[in-house]
Write a protein that binds this ligand. Structure first.
Ligand code: CP
Length: 294
C-alpha cells in the first residue's frame, strides 16, 4: 500500500505530531539520502511550494522532474489513470501535485507511487499546514489552550481547510474572523468572531489569508474597501495586542488589503520564521510518504 500525503483525513495524530517534530528539528543540510525520482506537477503558479519541494528533494538526494498540464498529453484528453501508469513505468516513485481541481479523492487509491498535495483546489494544502503548525509550536502556541484564528478569504482557502483538519487532530480549536461572504460553507467546530477586540481577547495566534481575487467572481471595489476597513491587520491592532501575540501568513500576501504595509514590517508578524520551515516541511513530507522516518 503506497503512502500519500493528500490531506489529514487518513493520517493519525501520532504521524502528524511526528511531521511537526521533524519539520521543527531537521537540518536540511544533514539528511539521510533517499535515492528516488519525484515528479513535481504544478498546474497553478507557485513560488514557495514548488521551490521548497525542489530544494527538499535536492537535500534528500531525490532527483526531480517538472511537468504541468499545459505541456503534458492531458491537453489531448488523457485520463489520470493513464497518466499515473506512465509515470510509474518511468520509475517515478512520488508525485507532488498542485492543481486548481478539487479531485483529491481520485488520487487516494494509486499504488506504487506516493502522491503529495502541493495544493488542491480549495480543499487541501497539508505541507503548508505542517509548517504553520511548526511555526506555532516554536512560539509555544500549540501547547496553549487558545484557538488559531484565521482571518481573510477563508471560504476559498486550502490553507484553512488543511489547517482545520490538522488542528482538529491535535485537539486544538480553530476560529475565523472575516466578512460573511468569505466564511467557509462548513462551520462545524469553528468559532466565528465578530471584531478585532474579540480576536485579541480570544487568542495569541492568528493566520492571515490572502484575499484571492482570482477565485472571487464579481468582486466590486466597494466590497474590497469595506473588507479592508473592518478586517485589515494594522499596526494599531498589533500594538494593542498582548506581548505574546503573533500573526502568520502563508504568502503571497496582498499588502494594503489583508495587511497594511506598516503591519507587514511589525515584529509580531512572523512570516520570515514561517518561511524558514518551508523546506523542512517538505523534507518531512517526503520522508513520511517514503517511510524513511527513523
Ligand atoms: N504558500 C504557498 O502555497 O505559496 P506558493 O503559492 O508560492 O507556493
Amino acid at each position: 500500500m503506497s503512502k500519500h500525503l493528500l490531506d489529514f483525513k487518513d493520517i493519525d495524530k501520532k504521524d502528524i505530531e511526528k511531521l511537526i517534530d521533524i519539520t521543527g528539528k531537521i537540518n536540511p543540510e544533514k539528511t539521510n539520502k533517499i535515492p528516488s525520482i519525484s515528479l513535481l506537477k504544478f498546474d497553478e503558479p507557485s513560488t514557495r511550494t514548488r521551490l521548497s519541494f525542489s530544494v527538499a528533494a535536492y537535500r534528500l538526494g531525490i532527483k526531480t522532474f517538472e511537468s504541468s498540464d499545459i505541456s503534458s498529453a492531458k491537453v489531448k484528453g488523457e485520463s489520470l489513470k493513464h497518466e499515473i501508469e506512465t509515470y510509474k513505468a518511468m520509475g517515478i516513485e512520488s508525485l507532488v501535485v498542485r492543481t486548481k481541481e478539487d479531485n483529491i479523492d481520485e488520487y487516494r487509491g494509486f499504488e506504487d507511487i506516493s502522491v503529495i498535495s502541493g495544493g488542491f483546489g480549495t480543499s487541501s494544502h497539508p505541507t503548508q499546514a505542517i509548517l504553520d503548525a511548526t511555526t506555532l509550536d516554536k512560539f509555544n502556541k500549540l501547547e496553549k489552550d487558545l484557538p488559531v484564528i484565521y482571518i481573510g478569504d477563508v471560504k476559498h482557502s486550502r490553507v484553512f481547510e488543511s489547517g482545520r483538519q490538522l488542528f482538529a487532530s491535535l485537539g486544538k480549536n480553530v476560529g475565523v474572523f472575516t466578512h460573511e461572504s468569505f466564511l467557509p460553507d462548513d462551520l462545524t467546530n469553528i468559532e466565528v468572531l465578530n471584531s478585532w477586540d474579540e480576536v485579541l481577547e480570544a487568542t495569541e495566534a492568528i493566520e492571515l489569508l490572502r484575499v484571492q481575487k482570482e477565485r472571487i467572481e464579481n468582486l466590486e471595489d466597494s466590497d474590497l474597501n469595506e473588507y479592508i476597513k473592518k478586517y485589515q491587520l494594522t499596526n494599531e491592532i498589533l500594538d494593542k495586542s498582548g506581548d505574546d501575540f503573533i500573526a502568520l501568513h502563508p504568502m503571497p500576501m496582498n499588502v494594503d488589503i489583508e495587511i497594511s504595509e506598516k503591519a507587514s514590517l511589525h515584529n509580531k508578524f512572523k512570516y520570515i520564521e514561517q518561511l524558514s520551515f518551508g523546506v523542512p516541511s517538505r523534507i518531512a513530507s517526503y520522508m513520511y510518504v517514503m517511510e524513511q522516518y527513523d
